[in-house]
Ligand binder design. Structure first.
Ligand SMILES: NC(=O)c1ccc[n+]([C@@H]2O[C@H](COP(=O)([O-])OP(=O)(O)OC[C@H]3O[C@@H](n4cnc5c(N)ncnc54)[C@H](O)[C@@H]3O)[C@@H](O)[C@H]2O)c1
Length: 309
């Protein structure tokens, strides 16, 4: 029997490349569709079971080809920078919503039903600040990025009801780990802080550093994505992926200092407009449906692995 093929859109990116590794380790054939806008070929392992299609998910001909003979799709491709969506709402909309619809159309035509989608905690906006947000918290997308993620969720649900697609929607909180690109100032805060700390460059904190995030180590997320791709039955309600743990940026800096043994100068400046002060996931729904790595990788261990210590 031939091994099942999984299509990973955005597979050359940070999260996608970790998922590709896990799929290969589990003997899947992996097809990656990536336009290499932020992803890199080097992120992908040289392996006979990986095929890379360089192309755009918003291109109907490309997705039609990419979905042929697939058993499941992990849709991770997106312009993941919130600021990019603010600066270029029309350009990013192609990757962040039109691509999702093109993919659904292609899956429908190719008779592929399971799709695991990377949505975001950004769909909640500032709602629930200071408390753990559950999935029923009112949605308040504040940026084109968040609006496109929420609209993608709605389209996936439409294709489920109308055309039998079998979507699993995860709202990721803050994911971190190796290969997260620190080059943009809007990248994940951990990749920026750790890169600067390793190079001995000063670190700038926007605000007082007491703002908190719910950080998830990328391999813990991948363990959840793998279950969602393989589960015989999907759970159709969107699910938060976070650990219900708040870590402040100041605590993060202390942990980096403990792991590295040193920390460069830290400057505090005015908060960035629109930055959410506290973000933490209520993850009861996730715990009900998925086996989580127990214990989840704690911040010290995750940063130790990220920093290669
Ligand atoms: N990293 C996080 O903390 C986080 C949080 C919430 C949601 N997400 C979502 O998870 C997914 C993966 O994010 P990431 O952090 O790995 O970012 P990333 O930028 O490393 O990965 C995105 C990948 O998608 C590719 N891509 C972008 N537009 C494309 C298009 N139109 N066609 C084909 N490929 C395209 C990029 O080249 C890149 O390889 C994204 O959908 C992102 O919105 C990430």
């Amino acid at each position: 029997m031939t091994q099942p093929t999984v299509l990973v859109t955005g597979g050359a990116g940070f999260i996608g490349s970790h998922l590709v590794e896990a799929l290969l380790a589990d003997n899947f054939l992996v097809r990656v569709l990536d336009n290499l806008s932020t992803g890199k070929r080097e992120n992908l392992p040289h392996h006979p079971n990986v095929e890379l299609i360089v192309g755009d998910v918003a291109d109907p001909n490309v997705v039609q080809r990419a979905t042929q003979h697939c058993q499941a799709v992990a849709h991770l491709a997106a312009v993941a920078s919130v600021q990019a969506s603010v600066d270029d709402p029309i350009g990013t909309h192609q990757s962040n919503l039109v691509a999702t619809i093109q993919l659904c159309e292609a899956m429908r035509a190719a008779n592929v039903s399971r799709i695991v989608f990377a949505s975001s905690a950004a769909v909640y906006g500032n709602h629930g600040e200071g408390q753990a947000v559950d999935e029923d918290t009112p949605k308040a997308p504040l940026t084109p990025y968040a609006a496109d993620k929420l609209a993608s969720e709605y389209y996936l649900d439409f294709y489920r009801r109308q055309h039998g697609l079998d979507p699993v929607i995860f709202r990721f909180f803050n994911i971190y780990g190796p290969r997260q690109d620190p080059s943009s100032p809007y990248s994940g805060v951990i990749s920026i802080f750790t890169e600067r700390a390793q190079k001995g460059l000063p670190i700038t904190v926007f605000g007082d550093g007491h703002q908190t995030r719910d950080f998830v180590f990328v391999q813990d997320l991948v363990a959840v994505l793998m279950q969602a791709l393989k589960a015989p039955r999907a759970t159709h309600q969107p699910m938060n992926v976070g650990w219900n743990q708040a870590t402040s940026l100041n605590q993060l800096l202390q942990i980096i200092q403990r792991v590295l043994g040193h920390l460069p100068t830290v400057d505090y400046t005015t908060p960035r407009p629109g930055d959410i002060r506290h973000s933490r996931a209520n993850n009861e729904r996730l715990l009900t449906h998925y086996r989580l790595p127990t214990p989840a990788t704690d911040m010290h261990e995750g940063l130790r692995r990220l920093l290669g210590k």
